[in-house]
Ligand binder design. Structure first.
Ligand SMILES: [Zn+2]
Length: 102
């Protein structure tokens, strides 16, 4: 009775999803800056309501905010929805804009 040689159980290298968020962030940041400067986007002060996403489109990147993500809802001066990362860029750029105007 021969035994089939079982191959060594090598661990399959786990798939690493390397999210290159920083690259897209730079592009998005530039877009936000341009829109803020042109007035097509209002500045925010960081006041936001974070909650479970309801499938709204992100005001900044125009991508849907999926249920697995956190939705950031801006109430003032207008209602807008954004991803957490997009919103943080928005706040940063709004502050930059405020500083440049002083
Ligand atoms: Zn977004």
């Amino acid at each position: 009775m021969s035994r089939l040689g079982y191959g060594t159980c090598t661990d399959i290298a786990s798939v690493v999803i390397n999210e290159k968020v920083e690259v897209s962030n730079a592009t998005l940041r530039q877009k936000i800056r341009t829109r803020l400067a042109s007035g097509s986007l209002f500045p925010v002060d960081g006041k936001v309501v974070a909650g479970k996403a309801t499938g709204k489109l992100c005001t900044l990147c125009a991508m849907p905010i999926f249920a697995t993500e956190v939705e950031h809802e801006v109430m003032e001066p207008q209602t807008a929805y954004a991803h957490m990362t997009c919103h943080s860029l928005w706040v940063q750029e709004s502050k930059m804009l405020g500083k440049s105007r002083e």
